[in-house]
Design a binder for this molecule. Structure first.
Ligand SMILES: *[C@@H]1O[C@H](CO)[C@@H](O)[C@H](O)[C@H]1NC(C)=O
Ligand SMILES: *[C@@H]1O[C@H](CO)[C@@H](O)[C@H](O)[C@H]1NC(C)=O
Ligand SMILES: *[C@@H]1O[C@H](CO)[C@@H](O)[C@H](O)[C@H]1NC(C)=O
Ligand SMILES: *[C@@H]1O[C@H](CO)[C@@H](O)[C@H](O)[C@H]1NC(C)=O
Ligand SMILES: CC(=O)N[C@H]1CO[C@H](CO)[C@@H](O)[C@@H]1O
Length: 397
């Protein structure tokens, strides 16, 4: 009986193995907490659409699809939760929060929550809105390292959510008011020179509720020549502390994986230190894993004198084609570059079946011996009596 129960448990465990195992989310106040989103930096006076891609992806992976009206977006202000209507300057539109336009006082933490009678899950994002006069351009812009002679191509990013007016996208360099080239979402700089370094801003006019709003994004282009790497040696380069080089990430077929790349760097460099995951040396978006993987959730924390940057890679479902896939974490700064390589390996389930087989054999043998014992028990007793009788007869002599 015990044997059968054990075998059943083993088979069940194997079955669960094959099902989609998602990393359990931490829970706070009865609500599961999705990992925080990438922080968002914007300028006042522009339209901002706040989204929760990591949270939404988490719901999707867990096959939770609440109706739009069940998402509750609110702002954390101490212990207060401020909610939003579907009109007004700041309004909730389904899974998004729209700022028409954003103000510096909008800076803060926002959460998106789905709750029903039995389940609750929440995600959070931090928004920074800068006054246009005091724009910290280093913070606002996407860092873009390049080497002299490289071709650089900028795509005006994160604009999919906006409906553009007929007006073309304009590109500006530094504070020069003359646009660089008219009307293209992509800016090309062939064979980049040192003089090209600087801040590139793309600007467009979006139409929201029949009103026009300004939307802009900026890139900070650094151009480094081979000659000058030495001048940065004084600053310690960023160091990847996890994962270790050569790590093998194991997961059974059908399960999901959440990987973290942790980088230690000097705090003043933290914002400009790039940490990225590559799949077989390609960006996640252009790799074969593009549909099943998502990277994000960059988080910077202070660790005594240094700053630690964490970048996540989530693989929704692992399949056979992922065997031996190379996952590389790369960190880069003008002070240096480091990379570690990890390999994806599909867990072998033969072992589990071997255990099941061994247990089955042991169970069978135990049952056979029990059967034999019952069969021969009476005979043994007779023999014992006989021996005892003989012994007593000997003693009586
Ligand atoms: C609450 O949501 C969870 C997750 O989607 C679902 O499994 C559960 O059935 C829901 N409960 C109710 C009462 O709707
Ligand atoms: C947050 O709370 C503080 C005091 O509790 C208040 O002064 C402030 O206006 C609140 N912020 C928002 C955005 O409501
Ligand atoms: C863009 O247009 C679509 C279709 O008209 C509309 O549903 C959506 O809300 C618009 N988005 C914005 C940000 O105005
Ligand atoms: C990890 O290994 C790769 C190649 O095997 C090497 O290029 C890289 O420098 C190594 N990284 C570290 C931190 O040792
Ligand atoms: C490529 C890159 O992001 N470089 C950064 C490394 O650190 C220097 C020193 O602060 C920054 O100026 C660069 O932006």
């Amino acid at each position: 009986m015990l044997c059968l129960a054990f075998m059943f448990a083993m088979v069940c465990a194997t079955g669960v193995h094959g099902a989609r195992l998602l990393p359990p989310l931490p829970m706070k106040d009865g609500c599961y907490q999705a990992s925080p989103e990438l922080e968002v930096f914007r300028v006042e006076g522009e339209a901002v659409i706040l989204q929760f891609p990591i949270f939404m992806r988490g719901l999707q992976l867990r096959k939770i699809a609440p109706p739009l009206e069940k998402y509750l977006i609110s702002r954390n202000n101490g212990s207060d939760q401020l909610r939003y209507q579907s009109d007004g300057r700041v309004q909730q539109q389904g899974k998004e929060l729209w700022f028409l336009p954003a103000q510096p006082s909008d800076s803060g933490e926002y959460t998106c929550t789905y709750r029903n009678e039995t389940y609750c899950v929440t995600g959070s994002i931090t928004l920074h809105v800068y006054e246009s006069s005091s724009v910290d351009i280093e913070k606002l812009s996407y860092p873009w390292p390049a080497l002299v002679g490289e071709d650089v191509e900028f795509n005006c990013p994160s604009l999919e959510s906006f409906n553009q007016t007929g007006r073309p996208i304009q590109w500006y360099k530094d504070s020069n008011p003359t646009p660089l080239q008219p009307g293209r979402a992509t800016l090309m700089i062939p064979a980049v020179k040192r003089s090209h370094a600087g801040v590139y801003t793309c600007q467009l006019t979006a139409l929201i509720h029949n009103q026009q709003y300004k939307v802009s994004r900026a890139f900070l282009l650094h151009v480094k020549g081979w000659c000058c790497a030495i001048s940065f040696l004084i600053i310690k380069p960023p160091v990847i502390i996890s994962p270790r080089n050569g790590t093998i990430f194991e997961g059974p077929h059908g399960s999901s994986l959440e990987l973290f790349c942790q980088v230690l760097t000097e705090c003043p460099l933290a914002d400009s230190t790039v940490v990225t995951w590559l799949v077989n040396s390609q960006s996640v978006e252009s790799s074969y894993l593009e549909r099943r993987a998502l990277q994000g959730g960059r988080r910077v924390t202070r660790v005594s004198e240094m700053c630690q940057i964490e970048q996540r890679l989530i693989i929704a479902v692992i399949t056979e084609e992922d065997e031996q896939t190379e996952l590389k974490c790369v960190t880069q700064n003008t002070s240096g570059r480091q990379e570690v390589v990890a390999i994806l390996h599909l867990e072998d389930t033969t072992f589990t079946w071997l255990v099941v087989a061994v247990v089955t054999v042991i169970c069978f043998l135990m049952m056979v011996s029990a059967f034999l014992y019952i069969l021969f028990k009476p005979k043994t007793k007779k023999k014992m009596d006989y021996i005892l009788a003989r012994q007593s007869s000997t003693f009586s002599v």
